[in-house]
Ligand binder design. Sequence first.
Ligand SMILES: Cc1ncc(C[n+]2csc(CCOP(=O)(O)OP(=O)(O)O)c2C)c(N)n1
Ligand SMILES: [Mg+2]
Length: 555
Amino acid sequence: MRANDGTRTAGEVLIDQLVIHGVRHVFCVPGESYIAALDALHDRDIAVTVCRHESGAAIMAEAQGKATGRPGICFVTRGPGATNAAAGLHIARQDSTPLILFVGQIAREMREREAFQELDYRAVFGSIAKWATEIDDPARIPELISRAFHAATGGRPGPVVVALPEDMLVERIAVPDAPAFEPIETWPGATDMSRLQKLIWAAARPIVLVGGSRWSQPACAAVARFAERFALPVATTFRRAHLFDPEHPCYAGDLGIGPNPKLLARVKGADLILLIGGRLGEMPSQGYTLLDIPAPRQTLVHVHPGAEELGRVYRPQLAINAAPTAFAAALEGLEPPKELRWRGETPVAHADFLAWTGEPTSVPGPVNLGEILVGLRDKLPADAVICNGVWVHRYGRYRRYGTQLAPIAGSMGYGVPAAIGMKRLMPERTVIAFAGDGDFLMTGQEFATAVQYGLPVIVVVVDNGMYGTIRMHQERQYPGRVVATDLKNPDFAAYARAFGGYGATVEKTADFFPAFAAAQKSGLPAILHLKVDPEALTPTMSLAATRAKAQAEHM
Ligand SMILES: Cc1ncc(C[n+]2csc(CCOP(=O)(O)OP(=O)(O)O)c2C)c(N)n1
Ligand SMILES: [Mg+2]
């Protein structure tokens, strides 16, 4: 109960700061260490989602941070609660997502004795988080929470960890609130934009690469208009395909795992690369082979909100320290040259993309995932959100900003909690999670959370009876020597039903669409258990062929 003598408990001050900073959702697994903060949530208009594992809670919060650009909020208990949440923190770091993880901490007077579940969060999370702190003085909560919001969202966004000693949370204080935070925009300068204009005017084979965070629907639309006015080909980087409409005539494809070789050649052969928002990390750069390091042969213009990322790996000709949102708006002021020398190439780039992703390849077995993904394209609303973990597929298409939620960090177990976080945020949208059989069971227990909150997400479990991606590497490097990659799976449809959801098994491609429609009609969280032939290792190569090729090479 709140007092009316002008004082609040530290827990109440903390929760009031969240309300002021615009927080609508928190995800948690409870712990006695922060029970006073939970109590303060009782009287405030913040939706609490209680989860089954802290990795699920942290991923749900990360997904909301990714989708909104404002910090996702997760509360966990000390020690094991905090270490369980580490997956979500690491994803937030690699994916440049604003996230604040609050950790209940032991009482202040017990520190340094290795009290029950004691950890030093600054030390443990110091290299993952942008900032890790512990609040000792309740009077500083408004200041430090305001800083947490600014730190999580400023420059290159990322995770912040705030430890809350249990005894501190129950102290009573009279302290004024902080003003509401607003994310700080980083604008390009007029000189930056005129230098960019000159570089484009001098180019013969330019290409635009978009990636990273700090985007919005208007920013994506501004880049699309810029691409049209300049007839520029635009490619998206690893797991950022939703930043550019794949049906737009300037779309050149996705620089992810197993990209179109023609797109790679196009990037290599470009004379000007305008990289907006991304870092061109290991995955999109194909193991750092796409561009020379530190000095790419192409003229590189790198636009990034984090000053520390500019010149970190690649030495750009022009470095522009700006958020994609602000930079995209500034693009409207650029003038195209009279003659667009590359004009003829952009339709070719788009045709290459369409050819690469148009017709699914045929694969062994009665379930063809490529056909399912191609078939889903015109059955899903354009704003349907598709989440996944490690699982990738070249036939997935994302029509709008915010429709793809997948970890750049490649963390298995992402799809299901991300889908739950999205459905909680946007109940009116269709939300689907694709998960491998291995991936699903890392966080599949959060299906209970979907049932508890009545969130009808549709989870497609792609069951090939193995950690297939690792098996692929195994067959390539150690053909025929199978170790630790086989899986014996449960009946995933029965699993769904046991939790109170809808479950169906799909054994043929044609059965997928009726099962999908029935799942939608059920109004329940659903699992579609797809039984995929283990031979269908990749869209282009069977398991047996992968093994045979590697054996021939290793002879
Ligand atoms: C948390 C985590 N652990 C381990 C890995 C390494 N890893 C990458 S792919 C993969 C196998 C994924 O198996 P599954 O989900 O069944 O999908 P499949 O590759 O069979 O389609 C593993 C273990 C990872 N990326 N993330
Ligand atoms: Mg698998």
